[in-house]
Design a protein around this ligand. Sequence first.
Ligand code: C2E
Ligand code: MG
Ligand code: MG
Ligand code: MG
Length: 280
Amino acid sequence: QSKKSGKNTSNFFAQSMQDALIKRFQLIKDMHIACAEEQFVLYYQPIFEIKTGQIHKAEALIRWKHPDGYLINPADFISIAEETGMILEIGEWIVHEAIKTVSQWRRMYNERFQISVNISPVQFHQKNGSMPEWIKVLTSDAFAKDSVVVEITESVMLEDSAIVWERLKLLEDAKIEISLDDFGTGYSSLSYLKNHPYQYLKIDQSFVKQLEINLSDQILCKMIIDIAHQLNMLVIAEGVETQYHRDILQEMKCDYLQGYAISKPLPADEFVKRFFNSEE
Ligand code: C2E
Ligand code: MG
Ligand code: MG
Ligand code: MG
């Protein structure tokens, strides 16, 4: 009896492992199709400037519109896209799409609008060619230079520092603004702020979430904002969900707020309707 159930258990594990593999394989196959058939879309989340009370920036966040009708979040496919290298192709599409959107919005609604784009460490470290395609596009497009902001995380700095600094320098020389995303998480080290080329520092939402009840989060947020300002960076707080968050971050002299308290990420047409007072 016990022997039999033991066997069933191992069958169960073998079966679920096989299921997971099949699911992964199917996902990779679907992602190739998604690339070819342009099933990806960019959503845009406003970044609110406290000083002026205006919105001149948004972050582009990818979604996958599966043909079966549902929307897949980046958490469920970006890491597999990174492991398989597919992020290179998707990442180029993202940059082109963001440039298309921001040039239209600048032309029609706000001539100083900026869209920030998340660049994966895999895209950043891409070794074939001295310059990855996305950097070529950004640095050669006179228009893109001040309308696209590049968002990178600290994990970009973990590998192959010669290439990393070379590429950061390319962006810096081209006067492309850079934002340090998810600051304070992962392999955070203050040494990344030495001789930094970033214009913006984004405080990770994990520091913002419990600002109401957690005194050490309050101290850390205030400290991050002060250090960033002394190093000539502007600060964007992520995950701003409540009026309390807005008030306390404003009091701490944070520069920009991003989060559900302002708006969730929206498809381009909805963003236009809500934030450019347009009838479109
Ligand atoms: P991220 O760049 O730090 O983006 C912020 C994430 O926080 C977004 O999740 C956004 O929807 C979410 N968020 C915004 N406001 C709030 C809030 O008030 N509360 C909470 N709880 N969450 C909020 P999303 O869109 O699911 O993206 C997750 C991550 O996936 C991004 O983190 C980024 O690392 C990655 N990602 C998204 N789009 C792209 C892309 O186009 N390319 C690459 N390489 N990565 C992307
Ligand atoms: Mg980001
Ligand atoms: Mg972030
Ligand atoms: Mg994040």
